[in-house]
Structures are given as C-alpha cells and as structure tokens.
Ligand binder design. Structure first.
Ligand SMILES: *Cc1c(COP(=O)(O)O)cnc(C)c1O
Length: 960
C-alpha cells in the first residue's frame, strides 16, 4: 500500500459543503457543463479579475491555531487600570461557555421571525429591563454599537426634538471621555451642530443650546451632582444626556431620578471581555414620550394567536426602511449577543451580587486612595466610585517605569494619571499598587498601617447621591444564583431559538454562512480578550500583526489601497465612507458637493447614512429588469454635476444580479465629479472573481459578519471596515487617544481605534485558512448553490430578475405577490416554513411581497434539497387554497406556525390533519424544531408598548 505523506487537511473542504459528486449533479440541474461555464454566464467578462488573488497559501485549522498562538504571545497581558470605559471583567464560566462560545446562540440571526426567536427576545428584554432599572429611566433599547456612537445618537435625538429651530449648540462636558467627544465632533459637523466643550459648573446655558451631555461618574472619575445643571437646562429648553458607568448605578442615585432625559453608556463591565475595544453592547435609555424617536431596536411584549405571552421587535414599521432619507439613525446590526451576555450577568449575580461587586471595587479604590494619601500623593477626586486621579508632577516618569516593571498600566494624560479598579482587582493587587507608589517615594508598604486603613474604609459619595431606590426586583434577576439554575435557564432560552445549528438560514443579503469553530476559538484567548484598547502600542504586537495582515488581505480582495478597521457594522462603514468622500471634496474646495445619487432598490441604511453625512438624496430609477436605469442616472448625474458628491451602489445589485452596465455607471459618476461608494453587503458573490476597484468604485465597506464569517449573534456583533482607493487614504478615520491618524483623517466613527477588534480575528482566520483560491471557490459555490435553488424553484415561484444569460448571482428573489389575490401573503409562507424546520428567507426586501433567498457556499446539496422540497410542498398548499380544496382562512399557511401545544391539544378544529400541521414532509420527523409560540400579534404589542419584563401576574390579567 502506497502512503500519501503529503496529505494536508484542507479547511476549504469543511467550509464549502458540496462534494464533487453533488457538484456534478447540481451543475447538470442548472444546465451548464462546468463551473467555469456557470461563472462565465454569471459574472460579466469585463469585470472579471485577470489574476488569482495574491494571498498566502491556505493553512490547515491545526496550523492556523498553532501559528496564532505565537502571534498571540506578542500581546502582553498587563493588568489594566486604564479605565476610560473599558474594564477587566470576570466572565462567568457558565455564560462564557454556553453563550459566547456556543453556536446555538452566536449563529442566530436578528429576531425578525419572532416565533422561533423567543429565547433571545426574552434575553434582550431582560437586558432592557436591567438598563431601565439601573438608569432609572422609562424605556431602553436592545443595544447600540458602542458608548461613543450611543452618545452621538443621543445628541441627534435631542437635536431632532428641539423646539427652537435656531438652537444649534450642543454643550459637551470636558469630562466626557475623549473618544466620545471625538465621535460627537464627527457626527455634529454635517448638521452644522456647534459643539461647545466646557466645564458644566461654569458654562452659561443659553436658549441657543438644544442639548447637553455630561458623564456620571465623570471621565476623570469624579462624581458631580448634576441635578441643578439639569434643572437649569430644562428651564432653557435644553435636554440632558448623561453617559453613565452602569455598575456604579448599583450604588449611586440613577440619572432618571435627578433629571436626565437620555442615559447612554456601555454594558461592557457586565461580564463582557474588553477584547481590545469590543464587541460590547452599548445602551440607550430615555423617557416613554420619546420612544418613537429612539434609535435601534426595541423588544416588546405582545400575545400570540392563542393569547399567550410572546415577544417580538416592537415598532417595526419604524425600522423597516430605517426611514430612508428621513432617518434619524442608520443602526441596523447592533450588539445583540453582548447585550444578552450582559443581561445574563445581571441575572446570574442578581441585585445583591452586583451591589457586592460594586462595593468591593469602590472599597478597594477608597483604600488605595487613602494609602496614597498617607504616602503624600495628591489625589484630586473628592468623590469617586472606582477611579482616582493623581497629580504626579516630577514623579510621573518614575511611577510610569515602576508600573511597567510590575506589568500594570495606568491612564496617563498630561501631568495627571488616573487609576481605575475593576471586578478583577483584589486586595493583593491594591497592595502591589501601593508598593509601586511607596517605592518611588523611597518608602515601603511597612511604613503604612494597612489594617488600620482597611478598617477605616467608608464610601466616598456625596450623601445625596447614595442610591435608595431598589432595582432588578423582577424574578428573572432573583432566581438563577446556582449554576444549575443558570445553566438550565440559558439552555431553556437557547432551545426556543432556531440557529444555524438546526438548518440553513437562507437570508438574502445577510449571508448566513459557516462560522467555523476554529475561527471562533481564539476570540476568548486571554491574549486577545483581556487587552485594553488604549494599552501602550509596544504591548499589542500580536494585534498589530493581525491588523496589518488583515488590512493587506482585504486590500488585495477589494483592489483598494488601504482599509479602516474601525466601523462596527455595515451601516457604520457606509457612514464612515461617505464622511471620507465628504472630506475629500471639502479638501479640494468642493464644499458644495453634497448630492448622493441612490438607486430606488437600495437598502434603507444607504439613504439613512447619506442623510447622516449631511447629503441630499436624489433617487435613481430602476428598469423593469431591476437594473439601474442608466439613462435616468445620466440625466440626474448631469443635472447635479456641480454639486454631485457620490453614487451609492450595491453590487451585485440588491436584486441579486451583476449589472453589465456597472463600469459605465461608475464612469458617468466620475465624469460628473462624483465618487462611487459601493455597498459591499453582496461581496460574497465577488471575492476572487471581481472586486470593487475593478468595477470602478472608490470606497466600499465589507460586512465581515456576512462575507467574512463573523457570526450574526442574533443581531450583532458585526464589523464594517471600509476600503478606499489611493486618493482617499489620507482621510480614513483617526482616533483621539490612540494615534492611527493619517494626514487629514476625519474624526473617529467608533469608540475604539480598531472597532470590535477581537472579532477581526475571525475574518483573519477565515482568509488565512481559505487562501486565495479557496476564497474564489467559495464565491463560485455561493453562485452555484443559488442557481441550483433557482433551477429547482423557478417552476413553483417566478424568479424576479436575472442576468442576460438567465443566471442569478449568489441570491434570488422569489415572487409571491400573485398569491395575494386569494389571500395568501408572503408572511404566511415565512411562518409556514417554520413548520418544516426552516427560518424564512428575507421577507419583502428589496421588493415588497417577495422572498430573497441566499444559500451560501456552506450548505450541502441535501440541505438545499430539503429547503427546496419544503418550498415546493408549500407551493402545493398554496394551490389548494387557490383552487378551493383548502379553506381560505383555516388552512396550514394561515395557522402557521403550529406549536406542540396546538398539535397535541385535545381539541383539533382544523380541516387538515395534525400530521400535515407539524410533520408535513417525511424528513421533518427526523428532526422536529418546535416554534415555542404561535403567530405573534404585532398590533397588540405596539398598541400597549411594554419594553421591560412585566410582572408575571399582571400580564396574565391583561391578556385575558
Ligand atoms: C446588511 C446590509 C447593510 C447593513 O449592514 P449592517 O452591518 O447591518 O449595518 C447595508 N446594505 C445591505 C445591502 C445589506 O444587506
């Protein structure tokens, strides 16, 4: 027997599901003789890449992790006392393993299909309840991207709600974290909002101000009482946003009790690792009366068709189109998974546990302060929670050197140094800090009486700001203390939700592909998860290497000169890219260029982002084949040639087609002085075959949580880095704390310099293990899988739009509008799919009344077949309604989804069988996924909006 010593495990064969035999049979069904022929018929020749991607050879999973361990060792995990919005945490093991590291949670999609998403909806409702309780506000959303952008959203909400149209000034306390101020600068500029930075104790409030923002405790650690400030502001019509430290609110009077209108912040220190900047869930809480202006998603309580408690995303009509150019926010992907973790952390510790954690942090900080005081140091903060501030004068350098010797980091800012303690800080840690400070003064710890100092520790809060109100009283925060209870609670919620662990989720435009375990593993390695984003650059060599490589690889893939890894989601990338274009025009003296041309088929975030970048939106028509109407584009580009800023175009189009006129389209824009922004959501149809630069774009974002394998996490995290052509590199986003600035950088778009840095590793792993040819093959298979589904389904459902050779790209639109004439809506099909064990494809985007299907390369043929079989079976059910065999109202489609309670009830009053209801095809029996509630009632929930956990009894009464 000859033995193959060169055998190498290939990750590509794990990621791309169809095998050789299946490929042959799929190509045959599609009607082509080879993969090459299919690609020739699909991707226009003039935009195809001439050369394969120049990327390093693919690594096996085993080799990748071994090599990455070495890279990880270039990150030095010092103990971080830097604070500034990022704190080390103890992630409860039960949460780390069963949520953060669990595909049952992290491969979920955004909970649009509520009936198979009740678990995460409940977990997010817990998060909202926690935020409402701790902040003392009335209503909270289910997360935002980070603290800085949450503050910017707050500023903008205050601006939209202003009564006096002339009020253009936004007062910003100088003690707000610098990275937050940076983002406020970015976001205010396009609207002509004037940022006035100053001391809240001295500023003169005027009616030219529409809003103000302060931080509590302040960025320097001091606790101020802002009650008077809030009241004086209100007298002048000025609304107040308060950025808070969530943990401190277990001890401090919450802003809701002293006059805040909006409260924002991050929930990072509720058990979510720092991860060198993210991902973490920010929050946004406000008053009931502003609920319709609140950005982000809100989870609300409603009932299902049997009258039972059910949850769903509330006020969805508000979000559906993100209100296009009337948008007040472009938030789409947020931070669901991290919000879920933070809510679980609160459920695990409960109000008493959280209070104990806060008290210990505060107590140790007081001890540290008094020890340093004894040593003769000048501590500035009269009142504080976890942060002290020192004027070190001449001793600064010696303290710094001694701190490095002891592998600890402080926050150095000019002559002031601050030290922030966290949940992981022990008494021993505090003694190490005391020793450092003693040594520099030529003393030792024995010169102090630590025992005496310890016994004298008292809280250092202004007496009127000691919290007296209770919080987290709901049973959900008071029952899961034992690990078994917590484990079972997490598992019981997980069991209600359909994820990629169960079946394919063929969401058009969302690219629900494999999130490989090997890609996920490093995210929780300490070398990556315990890094503070503002750690000195010489301690973060591992991350720098990963960013450099990722920057080079993504540049190669897009054909661009450089990337910015800062934007935390696709829509943030859009915004960043448009701001870069804006800066480019301004720099060239073209201040007036502010028109964005956007095709009518664009995703709602496109016009929303353009509006946020201060642009005027001009809509370009699409023709009957779904392509951009080139004539209309030309007319509008010429009409606006003096003030044209850019075109925003999704390619391949949101209709799933490679438009052949794309090069001409880009030329028209350039000829009229504009730039081309490409929305990269559909990059999974392009990688390795064509590129944004090849079609003529100047900027594009990549949704790393679509094309590059970051899991969707039930609605976030995500990453939306942007790539730009050479002439735009100088304008890429900078940062106010970490120097990543180019010559003419725009201000930051995210709190952290490299956004949600820790999950960039996932995309790095994917590219490294696929290699150039593997990535191109993934694209080929994404196209094959889509065309296979198209071939199998087009006799049952008309496929809207295809290329000139009849091919779709990586997704297709199934037209369901004709069923409406006999009462079947596209929603009925979406809900009926649940009975067959599937999550619906994208409903009504980009065309109302249709389904958009995107299978991705990671689905094997037999899974595609199961899905097609279900769709075809549903088509026969529709036909029975059409020809009158089935009842118009009482049929499996209208009653879908069927819960186990309904199917096993003693009463059964439907003209079809229980088996038809729950096991409509033989394969369903092998693995049945039961929706946990019947069809949810949206209008009921929106009428009486309940966005935090209702007391169980009160709810039962109401529903009756
Ligand atoms: C997903 C998507 C976006 C928005 O991306 P997020 O990461 O959710 O912000 C924008 N455009 C298109 C076409 C998309 O599919």
């Amino acid at each position: 027997m000859k033995l193959d010593l060169d055998f190498q495990e290939k990750f590509e064969q794990r990621h791309i599901a169809p095998n050789q035999q299946d490929t042959a049979s799929m190509l045959e069904t599609v009607g082509v003789s080879s993969m090459d022929q299919l690609i020739e018929q699909t991707v226009p020749a003039q935009i195809r890449l001439k050369n394969p991607l120049n990327l390093p050879p693919a690594k096996s999973e085993f080799d990748y992790l071994n090599d990455l361990k070495v890279v990880a060792s270039y990150n030095k995990v010092f103990k971080s006392y830097i604070g500034q919005g990022y704190y080390d945490v103890i992630v409860p093991g039960v949460i780390q393993r069963n949520i953060l590291e669990n595909p049952g949670w992290y491969t979920q999609y955004t909970p649009y299909q509520a009936e198979i998403a009740q678990g995460r909806l409940q977990a997010l409702l817990n998060f909202q309840t926690m935020i409402v309780d701790l902040t003392g506000m009335e209503i909270a959303n289910a997360s935002l991207l980070d603290e800085g952008t949450a503050a910017a959203e707050a500023m903008f909400m205050q601006y939209s709600l202003r009564k006096n149209a002339d009020a253009k000034i936004f007062f910003v306390s100088e003690d707000v974290f610098p990275q937050t101020i940076d983002i406020l600068k970015t976001r205010s500029a396009p609207y002509g909002i004037e940022i006035q930075i100053g001391d809240h104790r001295e500023v003169e409030l005027t009616d030219k101000m529409f809003g103000a923002i302060v931080q509590y405790p302040a960025g320097n650690g001091a606790i101020y009482n802002y009650a008077d400030f809030a009241q004086k502001g209100h007298e002048k019509g000025i609304k107040l946003t308060v950025v808070v430290d969530l943990l401190s609110l277990t001890l401090l009077t919450p802003p809701g009790e002293w006059g805040a209108d909006i409260v924002v912040g991050t929930s990072q220190r509720f058990g979510v690792p720092m991860g060198f900047g993210g991902p973490h869930a920010a929050f946004f809480a406000t008053k009931e009366e502003y609920k319709r202006s609140m950005p982000g998603r809100i989870i609300g309580v409603t009932i299902d068709n049997a009258g039972n408690y059910a949850l769903r995303m509330a006020l969805q009509t508000r979000e559906q189109h993100i209100r296009r150019d009337k948008a007040t926010s472009n938030i789409c992907t947020a931070q669901a998974l991290l919000a879920i973790m933070a809510g679980m952390y609160a459920a695990y510790h409960g109000p008493k546990g959280l209070k104990k954690i806060s008290e210990r942090i505060h107590g140790l900080t007081v001890l540290l302060a008094s020890a340093l005081n004894e040593l003769g140091y000048d501590q500035k903060n009269e009142f504080f929670f976890d942060t002290i501030q020192l004027e070190l004068g001449d001793l600064l350098n010696s303290i710094h050197a001694e701190a490095v010797n002891n592998e600890v980091n402080f926050n150095y800012k000019g002559s002031l140094t601050s030290i922030s303690l966290d949940e992981t800080t022990s008494l021993e840690d505090v003694l190490i800090l005391v020793k450092i400070f003693a040594k520099v003064k030529g003393k030792t710890i024995h010169d102090l009486n630590i025992a005496e100092l310890k016994s004298a520790v008292e809280s250092q809060f202004p007496s009127e700001l000691v919290r007296t109100s209770s919080y987290l009283d709901h049973p959900v925060f008071n029952t899961h203390y034992s690990e078994h209870e917590m484990l079972r609670y997490i598992k019981s919620l997980e069991a209600k939700d359909l994820s990629l662990c169960h079946s394919m989720i063929a969401l058009g435009s969302c690219t629900m592909k494999l999130n490989a375990t090997t890609e996920m593993v490093p995210v929780t390695w300490a070398e990556f998860s315990k890094m503070h984003p503002f750690a000195p650059i010489d301690q973060v060599g591992g991350y720098m290497q990963i960013f450099n490589e990722l920057n080079n690889w993504l540049s190669e893939i897009t054909g661009f000169a450089a990337m910015s890894l800062q934007p935390n989601a696709g829509a943030q990338g859009e915004y960043a890219g448009l701001m870069v274009i804006r800066a480019y025009h301004m720099d060239r003296g073209d201040h007036h260029r502010n028109v964005a041309l956007i095709p009518s088929s664009a995703h709602g975030t496109n016009p929303a982002s353009a509006a946020m970048a201060g642009m005027k939106i001009v809509v370009v028509k699409c023709d009957e084949r779904g392509n951009i109407d080139v004539n209309d584009l030309k007319i509008k580009a010429e009409e606006h040639k003096d003030d044209l800023s850019c075109l925003m175009v999704t390619y391949p189009s949101t209709h799933g087609v490679f438009e052949e006129s794309i090069i001409e389209i880009c030329q028209i824009i350039h000829n009229n002085g504009g730039q081309v922004y490409m929305d990269g959501a559909n990059m999974n149809a392009k990688v390795g075959l064509t590129s944004p630069a090849t079609i003529g774009a100047d900027v594009c974002h990549l949704n790393l949580h679509k094309t590059f394998c970051i899991p969707h996490g039930g609605g976030g995290p995500g990453m939306g880095p942007i790539g730009v052509a050479k002439h735009l590199v100088n304008y890429l986003p900078g940062h106010s704390v970490v120097d990543i600035n180019h010559e003419k950088s725009i201000h930051a778009v995210s709190s952290a310099p490299w956004g949600s840095a820790s999950i960039l590793i996932i995309s790095h792993a994917y590219i490294a293990m696929m290699g150039g040819e593997g990535l191109a093959n993934a694209t080929r298979y994404a196209i094959l899988n889509a065309n296979y589904i198209k071939a199998r389904l087009e006799k049952s459902y008309p496929v809207l739009y295809s290329g000139s050779a009849g091919r779709c790209a990586h997704e297709m639109i199934l037209d369901c509008r004709s069923f409406k004439s006999f009462g079947i809506e596209v929603t009925d099909i979406a809900k009926r799919l649940m009975d067959y064990g599937f999550h619906a494809p994208t409903v009504s985007f980009p065309v109302a009344g249709t389904l958009m299907v995107e299978p991705t390369e990671s689905e094997p043929k037999h899974e595609l077949d199961r899905f097609c079989d279900a769709m075809i079976a549903i088509r026969s059910e529709i036909e029975e309604v059409e020809n009158g065999t089935a009842d118009k109202v009482n049929n499996p489609l209208k009653n879908a989804p069927h819960t186990s309670a309904v199917v096993t009830a003693n009463e059964w009053e439907h003209p079809y069988s229980r088996q038809t209801a729950a096991f409509p095809l033989p394969y369903v029996a092998a693995y049945k996924f039961w929706p946990s509630v019947g069809r949810v009632n949206d209008t009921f929930g929106d009428r009486t909006l309940i966005c935090s956990c209702p007391p169980v009894e009160s709810y039962a009464e109401e529903a009756v």
